[in-house]
Design a protein around this ligand. Structure first.
Ligand code: KIV
Ligand code: ZN
Length: 515
């Protein structure tokens, strides 16, 4: 029997720290459920001390997840640990993850603490967290740039204090595989009580080495990897779950362990996260990119037809790729709709939710003959958004685009329940639409990104639009889908405006250490 490699998913916490990737409670629950279905061992649901909204989202995930451990992040301070403990309390299995930085630069410049004070604080935090749960994880933040002797002292002391998991983060993605693997090996050899904890790694991707570093750590004894769907995360992101899991599963000849994951949920999870965050998956992304199993060259195609293994090392269906097939159409009933969405991991909480999603489906089916899984996913992503009390809603949009004429748009929005109309010219219909909306909302947000992609193929496909707005350093993403790309653009702009204009004050876990 191989040892188990524990998969700790932090899409809902570190992933959410990507600029613009913030998620609503309902969206977090939807992602948590697909992760649970995938059999992820631990779901880090958020940083409960960040805001009341974050606290409630973690608590809601804790209430609804049974088969995965639900974890809350806390700095090594009483208030954070209290909040994390209360948020994860409803979970069937809960974990508190507490951390403090141990690298010279972080201790000196950020914490303004001496190494011995940091060590003492780390031990105190682990002991304090153990009052609430037996499952405590400790991370020496920026371990990748910490002094190895000091790291050994901190790790030994925190294991003695009761941490069952020691997570070694390469916080700034600075390490290279051989060196990072060596750190893990040395910790396991040199720390006298290392056999009393599971060693974990948490690698950032600043040099594109997060997955390689994590896998090298596994080769050297790590038995938990922290990762995110699509590699989402702070700056260049974290190690991507799909790459870690499939590397280990595919190369069982070299890895001494395997995960318990049901890999056929990988692609649906990737799509869901991409839909919710508005972060598209690059076509050549390993495992989940649209081209990951596409063979363009004739030689490759010929080889695959003769024997698939000539050019494929994994089976597309094992990671959840299904051939684009018409799943539903105009005449499909409510039951077929509900059943297919259940298969895709979407459960409606109330009849109203189901009815409203079904009526959207019917209007989409009027415009588009064949409805694919991707269409359904986009449709329910919007459904979730509509349930929130959004400040701005699109009521009507009229655009006029004609050769030789300046495009014009007239938009009516509901702003806090009151309707307001404005018209504007633009260099194209989308530009005119955004200007008309901006006349009403006056957000002052700067457009940083506008991208359109097709959800499925054909000219009747839905276009999926992502808009990124920036104001005062705050970045938000909006996304929307429709068979009419101007309407999809308007929906995505509205979503971004709703996020931008909702003042949520959130603490970032790693920006300050209030001790
Ligand atoms: O990157 C990091 O160091 C973290 C810690 C909080 C584990 O995200
Ligand atoms: Zn991180």
């Amino acid at each position: 029997m191989k040892e188990q490699l524990i998969i700790f998913d932090t899409t809902l916490r570190d992933g959410e720290q990507s600029p613009g990737a913030s998620m609503t409670q309902e969206e977090k629950i939807r992602i948590a459920k697909i992760l649970e279905k995938m059999q992820v061992n631990v779901i880090e649901a958020g940083f409960p001390a960040a805001s009341q909204g974050d606290f409630e989202a973690v608590a809601a995930v804790a209430e609804q997840i049974n088969d995965s451990t639900v974890c809350g992040l806390a700095r090594a301070v009483e208030h954070d640990i209290d909040r994390a403990a209360a948020a994860v309390k409803p979970a069937t299995s809960s974990r508190i993850h507490t951390f403090i930085a141990t690298s010279p630069i972080h201790m000196r410049e950020k914490l303004r603490m001496q190494p011995d004070e940091v060590l003492e604080q780390a031990v105190w935090a682990v002991k304090y967290a153990r009052r609430f749960t037996d499952d405590v994880e400790f991370s020496p933040e920026d371990a990748g740039r910490s002094d190895l002797d000091f790291l050994c002292r901190v790790v030994e002391a925190t294991i003695a204090a009761g941490a069952g998991t020691i997570n070694i983060p390469d916080t700034v993605g600075y390490n290279v595989p051989s060196q990072f693997g060596h750190v893990i090996q040395q910790l396991i050899i040199r720390v006298p009580n290392s056999d009393q904890a599971i060693f974990s790694v948490h690698c950032h991707n600043d040099l594109g080495l997060a997955v390689a570093n994590s896998l090298e750590a596994v080769m050297n004894g790590a038995r938990q990897v922290e990762c995110t769907v699509n590699g989402l995360g702070e700056r260049a992101g974290n190690a991507s779950l799909e790459e870690i899991v499939m590397a280990v599963r595919t190369r069982q000849d070299v890895f001494p362990c395997d995960t318990r994951l049901d890999t056929k949920h990988i692609v649906p999870a990737s799509r869901l996260v991409s839909n919710i965050t508005g972060f598209p998956v690059q076509p050549n992304k390993a495992v989940v990119g649209a081209n990951a199993f596409a063979h363009e060259s004739g030689i490759h195609q010929d080889g695959v037809i003769k024997k698939r293994e000539t050019y494929e090392i994994m089976r597309a269906e094992d990671v959840g790729w299904v051939a684009n097939r018409m799943v539903l159409g105009k005449h499909s009933g409510r039951n077929a709709f509900k059943t297919r969405l259940k298969e895709l991991g979407v459960d409606f909480k109330t009849e109203e939710e189901l009815n409203s999603a079904f009526s959207r489906f019917k209007s989409l089916a009027d415009k588009k003959h064949e409805i694919f899984d991707e269409d359904l996913q986009a449709l329910v992503t919007e459904e979730g958004l509509d349930q929130e009390a959004e400040r701005f809603k699109l009521i009507t949009l009229h655009v006029c685009s004609q050769t030789g004429e300046t495009p014009k748009a007239t938009v009516t929005l509901s702003v806090d329940g009151t309707e307001s109309t404005s018209a504007a010219d633009g260099s194209g219909p989308v530009d005119a639409t955004f200007k008309a909306m901006e006349n009403i909302v006056k957000s002052g947000g700067q457009l940083q990104l506008y991208s359109v992609s097709n959800i499925t193929s054909g000219t009747d496909a839905q276009g999926e639009v992502t808009v990124r707005l920036e104001k005062g350093g705050r970045i938000v993403n909006g996304h929307g889908a429709d068979t009419d790309i101007v309407i999809a653009s308007a929906k995505s702009y509205i979503m971004a405006l709703n996020k931008l204009m909702t003042q949520t004050v959130r603490q970032h876990p790693q920006h300050s250490q209030p001790i």
